[in-house]
Design a protein. Structure first.
Length: 82
């Protein structure tokens, strides 16, 4: 699954266009490498997102196209949130 779509489905970022802009701005990294919006992710990948002065790192646990709001936390596990 593309990283921009995963960020939207997992509700880490509310809209896919915002996720796309974050990736193009160099604020999203997958396993330490800057990610383009079309970068593919898989379970086990570590994603790092820079929001203003904070950084959020999480591990991808599962990849699904659609999900209920109550099941979102099954997609990732937060490693660091500063």
């Amino acid at each position: 699954m593309r990283i921009d779509k995963f960020l939207k489905v997992s509700r880490v970022i509310k809209r896919r266009t915002v996720a796309n802009t974050a990736c193009n701005g160099g604020r999203v990294k997958i396993n330490g490498k800057t990610a383009k919006p079309s970068a593919e992710i898989k379970p086990g990948d570590v994603v790092e997102i820079s929001f203003g002065s904070g950084v959020t790192r999480f591990e991808v646990l599962a990849v699904q196209d659609t999900l209920k709001k109550s099941e979102v936390k099954t997609l990732y596990r937060i490693l660091e949130d500063t």
